[in-house]
Design a protein around this ligand. Structure first.
Ligand SMILES: Cc1ncc(COP(=O)(O)O)c(C=O)c1O
Length: 362
């Protein structure tokens, strides 16, 4: 048998967490595991997709020009600083490929989004984990961990799975006090939800600066997780390098068409946001009332601690799953006492609460 050695050590790469043990996530399950929109996409997106499906034999536009122009118009940005990707994850990865491969350091916080660690390990960079304070990113701890080898600092704001965020003053202090050679990527995957709740929109910080990379996704409020579409707003030179390392046709044609249509339908996104903003505090209050400890989230999810070992997060997860409700464990984040629960449709949220009540009474 030949021995196929990897080019560098991949053995510490965390395994993917398979929701509900790989059960098929069809309509019979209440899936609250992945912070998706329970409403799906706008009807305008479905219309755009049905038109685009007549061209499935054609390669997509390699440069995603129409989509980038639509994003630039919508957010008042320069289109040549936008790079699209097959989901935001691929752009987190691409930045690591271009700037930190082979021995450089990538920093992220203790409970930071799992892709940051994965990206570092996948390119043979050294992960540098910064301790959080109260489940929140600490600027001082990050600054103290900087070295000459640090190339990238990733911060999700608000963060998944904690749902906490840094305000604009702290974020800007982080950028100002970080050495110039370090790229700051602010991952704004949940910003549509959090903006109304006081968190900064990093595009407002990045628009006139040349030292911040902002990540956005169509997977959350736009309800397009299955199509895989994300984008970054970056300084021109970084945008060019991200384009050099990405695969040419990675943003498929259906996703490009859907993205343009999704941006147009602001009524749809307003509806999703107003539902989420009404349910997030209700869910947190209910969980609190049950003696559980929700973190103060501003995303479309709440991460909740089960303080009693007799009624642990793991037991709650098993109980919910046996009732066809799928939460997300936070154990792989080093938070085994917590479950992360997405805001669902009204009837899904009610089912979650009553099933948790039954679990805690059982
Ligand atoms: C913080 C954060 N960033 C980025 C993403 C990636 O989104 P996608 O690859 O679906 O665009 C997610 C998805 O859950 C996320 O939680």
């Amino acid at each position: 048998m030949p021995q196929f050695e990897t080019a560098f050590d991949l053995s510490t790469m965390p395994p993917f967490v398979v929701r509900a043990g790989g059960k098929k996530l069809d309509g019979s399950l209440i899936n609250l595991a992945s912070n998706e929109s329970p409403f799906g996409p706008s009807p305008k997106v479905l219309e755009a997709l049905s038109k685009r499906q007549t061209q499935l034999n054609r390669y997509p536009d390699m440069g995603s020009v129409e989509l980038r122009n639509a994003i630039a118009d919508h957010f008042n940005l320069e289109s040549d600083r936008i790079v699209c990707g097959n989901g935001g994850d691929t752009l987190i990865h691409g930045l690591a490929v271009a700037y930190a491969s082979n021995g450089y350091e990538i920093m992220y916080s203790e409970f930071g989004f799992i892709m940051f660690r994965r990206a570092a390990l996948a390119v043979n960079a050294k992960p540098v984990v910064v301790a959080e304070e109260n489940y929140t990113f600490s600027v001082d701890n990050a600054l103290a961990a900087v070295s000459d080898k640090t190339r990238i600092l990733y911060i999700a704001n608000p963060n998944n799975p904690t749902g906490t965020y840094l305000g604009s003053i702290e974020l800007l202090r982080l950028r100002e006090e970080l050495p110039d050679h370090i790229i700051l990527m602010i991952d704004d995957a949940y910003v549509e939800y959090s903006e109304g709740l006081g968190a900064p929109n990093a595009l407002d910080l990045a628009r006139d600066r040349n030292d911040i990379v902002v990540l956005r996704t169509f997977s959350k409020v736009y309800g397009l997780a299955a199509l895989r579409l994300g984008w970054v707003y970056a300084p021109k030179e970084i945008a060019e390098n991200l384009n050099r390392v990405r695969l040419p046709f990675t943003i498929n044609g259906m996703a490009q068409a859907a993205g343009v249509a999704a941006l147009e339908d602001t009524n749809h996104t307003d509806m999703v946001l107003s539902h989420t903003h009404s349910w997030l505090p209700k869910l947190s209050d209910k969980l609190n009332g049950l003696g559980l400890e929700p973190l103060p989230s501003v995303g479309n999810f709440v991460t909740v601690r089960f303080p009693s070992p007799k009624k642990s997060a793991k037991m709650a997860q098993a109980y919910l799953e046996s009732h066809n409700i799928i939460p997300r464990t936070a154990a792989d984040y080093g938070m085994p006492e917590f479950l992360r629960i997405s805001v669902g449709l009204e009837e899904e949220n009610l089912a979650l609460i009553s099933t948790l009540e039954d679990f805690l009474d059982s």
